[in-house]
Design a protein around this ligand. Sequence first.
Ligand code: ATP
Ligand code: MG
Length: 196
Amino acid sequence: MSGRRVGIMGGTFDPPHIGHLVTAINVRHELGLDEVLMVVANEPWQKVDSRKISLATDRYEMVQAAVVDDEGVEASDIEIRRGGSSYSVDTLEELLANEPGVQLFLVLGADAAAGLDSWERADDLDSLCTIVVVDRPGTTSEPPERFQVVNVEVPRLEVSSTDLRARVRDGRPTTYLLPERVRELIEARELYSCGE
Ligand code: ATP
Ligand code: MG
């Protein structure tokens, strides 16, 4: 008997936006996945020195709010519960230990895939999961050659959390770029109102 097919989309999700959701929903459809987990990084080790990251709990609540209407897409706090720096390889191993036989698909935008060489225990990824890469407008780099990847076509949306944080800060529109429930949470928590 073959196990469930589960997609893992890791991210900082500060905030989660339609680029993330459209990717998750379409990869799930194209690959016939049972579900896609949006895994919220506790400490995104590649970003911690460059800007102030919102609380992991706020980012997790935003992801929960973002996926309420999407069947088969779930928020996961597995990396928050584990604490410390968040490495995908640890998450994949934990998910496999919890559900023997599960088939894991690590879903990455092209920008993230281009940096795979620098990931913790990058050599172990291939044996734990199938690496799935989607195009990301603005990124032309390819994943390092030593990684075997599956490319999936999804609608290309030039949306980023960085741009959305700047929009909130400057009072520019975020309608349709962010799920309405996420917009409400940002307003209620006064996130992104100052600084980067
Ligand atoms: P930031 O600008 O803060 O880096 P981001 O928009 O890149 O935020 P992340 O949380 O860094 O969002 O990304 C999580 C994952 O989602 C990464 O694999 C990234 O490549 C992918 N991703 C983000 N935005 C898009 C998009 N518009 N289209 C496809 N993939 C995306
Ligand atoms: Mg990013």
